[in-house]
Design a protein around this ligand. Structure first.
Ligand SMILES: Cc1cc2nc3c(=O)[nH]c(=O)nc-3n(C[C@H](O)[C@H](O)[C@H](O)COP(=O)(O)OP(=O)(O)OC[C@H]3O[C@@H](n4cnc5c(N)ncnc54)[C@H](O)[C@@H]3O)c2cc1C
Length: 378
């Protein structure tokens, strides 16, 4: 007899949403996490994550983004927490840049509210920014940010209320599946269930070694900076991003009485072979590009950070996610390879996983996100 309908391995961004949606379907759910609740050793920490709909990475994500927004709002209602802040986001770059071209494509295909900021208007967009000459912008008023750890906690809070059992500091050491069910060996006991969901983020390759997915973990950093004067904090009241020659730099306004601006670069850093062994000491090399950006574009901000943290990206070769049934075991589903842009989708990814478990399929799951040749080592 199985103890549970479904076990979820990993309660970070995606797993916390999966346990919530599975519990909502009335299933008997066990969530297992190797660390503590909303910890800072994986990919879902650092206070904020950008969310936007005019997706330059691929316009096929837009329907999923509509659903993600709706589900974040639903989670806010059910948890009583404010998680999503629609401050607006303006992305600047050379007007022929791939990023601006991709945003325009999604905007035009889906009729999204994205406004052009001309080269001339960019120069006077905000007096605290020296927008590079010949840059233009695209402003998405409905974009903004999510409070990342609070999102994880909110999913877990409602899942618990719906009687999901959640265990922390209990890593899965191994698992197996056969025609009758699945088993999971933790450091404490062997658990049986009907089905298994693997949402192990940077540790996915260790739990799915036989599947041999082409996932590469990278060390990434995020930093917080003080203003040279206090007025700068008030003048930055929306999210911003710049497609600079040295990388895609993005930042957030302050919120909840914080006194620092978060600014970071979206760039996979050093390759990591074991996510448990990553170097978490920060050095000057980690913020070279971001500091250069602040000197050039935001001169009212101190270019030396006051706080920083190391985070992890799990990249696929085509930078699209992998969400599917396990190719060899129908009872096992997985979601991984979020390639540095997945958090905004977590609300919808948990729903997709719950549909895969309960109905065997998900109408929202597009083929370009399934297990596909490019993500499989032959
Ligand atoms: C610096 C940074 C900035 C980012 N910015 C954005 C952004 O602006 N917008 C956006 O949408 N996305 C962004 N992302 C990407 C996004 O945060 C990630 O794609 C997302 O958080 C991945 O979630 P996950 O659930 O796959 O991984 P995680 O949140 O790391 O969850 C995996 C969990 O599995 C657990 N686990 C692993 N192995 C085991 C085991 N054996 N037993 C039990 N538990 C286990 C881990 O401890 C962990 O808690 C950013 C990422 C980083 C690092």
């Amino acid at each position: 007899m199985a103890n549970y309908d479904v076990v979820v391995l990993g309660l970070g961004g995606m797993g916390s949403s999966a346990v919530y949606h599975l519990a909502k379907k009335g299933l008997k759910v066990l969530g297992l996490e190797q660390f503590t609740e909303a910890h800072s050793l994986g990919s879902s920490h650092g206070k904020t994550r950008l969310i936007r709909k005019a997706y330059f990475e691929h316009s096929d994500y837009v329907p999923l983004l509509h659903q993600s927004y709706d589900l974040w709002r639903e989670l806010e209602r059910e948890s009583g927490e404010t998680l999503l802040h629609l401050t607006g986001l303006t992305i600047f770059g050379p007007s022929n840049s791939q990023i601006l071209t991709g945003i325009r494509k999604s905007r035009d295909l889906f009729g999204l509210d994205v406004r052009d900021v001309s080269e001339t208007a960019s120069q006077i967009w905000n007096p605290s920014f020296n927008v590079p000459i010949h840059f233009s912008g695209l402003e998405e008023p409905g974009a903004g940010f999510l409070e990342v750890e609070r999102c994880v906690r909110a999913h877990l809070k409602v899942a618990r209320r719906l009687e999901a059992e959640l265990r922390f500091e209990e890593p899965c050491l191994s698992w197996g599946a056969n025609q009758d069910g699945i088993w999971v060996q933790t450091k404490k006991e062997k658990i049986s269930a009907e089905r298994l969901v693997i949402t192990a983020g940077p540790w996915t390759s260790q739990l799915l070694s036989a599947l041999n997915l082409k996932l590469q973990v990278h060390r990434v950093t995020q930093f917080w900076f003080k203003g040279k004067n206090s007025s700068i904090l008030k003048k930055v009241n929306s999210c911003f991003a710049f497609d600079m020659p040295y990388g895609f730099i993005y930042g957030f306004p302050t919120f909840s009485n914080s006194k620092e601006l978060k600014v970071a670069i979206h760039k996979p850093g050093d390759k990591i072979s074991d996510p448990s062994e990553v170097n978490r000491t920060l050095s000057e090399r980690d913020h070279l590009e971001v500091s250069q950006f602040l000197r050039e574009v935001m001169p009212e901000v101190e270019p030396t950070p006051v706080e920083g943290s190391v985070c992890l990206y799990t990249m696929t070769p085509d930078e699209h996610f992998v969400i599917d049934h396990h190719p060899s075991y129908e009872r096992v589903s997985l979601a991984a390879g979020f390639s540095g842009h997945g958090f905004k989708f977590a609300s919808a990814v948990g729903k997709i996983l719950s549909d895969l478990v309960a109905e065997g399929k998900s109408l929202e799951l597009k083929d370009f996100l399934r297990v596909r040749p490019v993500v499989l080592n032959s």
